[in-house]
Design a protein around this ligand. Sequence first.
Ligand SMILES: [Zn+2]
Length: 219
Amino acid sequence: MIHHRDYFELLNNNKLWAAEKLKTDPAYFDELAKPQRPKFLFIGCSDSRVPLTSILESEPGDLFVHRNIANQVNLTDINLLSIIEYAVEILNIEHMIILGHYKCGGVKAAVEGLNEEDIVENWVSQISDIYHYHKKELETITDKGKMYDRISEMNVVAQLKNLLRTPIIQRAFRNKKKLWFHGWIFDIYTGLIKDLPLPLREWKEYDLLPEDYLSEAFM
Ligand SMILES: [Zn+2]
């Protein structure tokens, strides 16, 4: 945990990191300066406790990343849409991963509310819809923390559905691009990632996925 007085420590850590990389591979940064070819697009929560490169032990160049509060796929978010377009059309990324996490403050804010004037509540209003839509199931979970965690899972699946709805993804399917979609939850209690089951049949019925998705044509 880094406090503000440790601000200079960050810059110092950076120097140590760069030196360490050079020590193991003198050409490391020459390689890194080449055009990026990441294989995965990540859409995750901004939460500081979910440091992607650490929990996946990934290297620079591995992940193309967008993060916002509660990993929302908002169809009017030009920032995210640009990233998806760049990922699919320029980088030819095939794996799209939405990564939510337990104990998500954005999920809690959506259900409990903060102050009426807070912008974040506006941002996560979709999660409030998810909560109300699944209220019956959710109310059977007596532990409130566990209920929020379940909403985090539902939120990941809902945001994947939004991702499928984007014209960029639908165009990619029409152009026979191979794309895979994954919904992950970072279990903050164990450090492990859960690969969530996805309602693929339902998404096919909505014409959001091609009929042959996950069949041999897609492997
Ligand atoms: Zn979060």
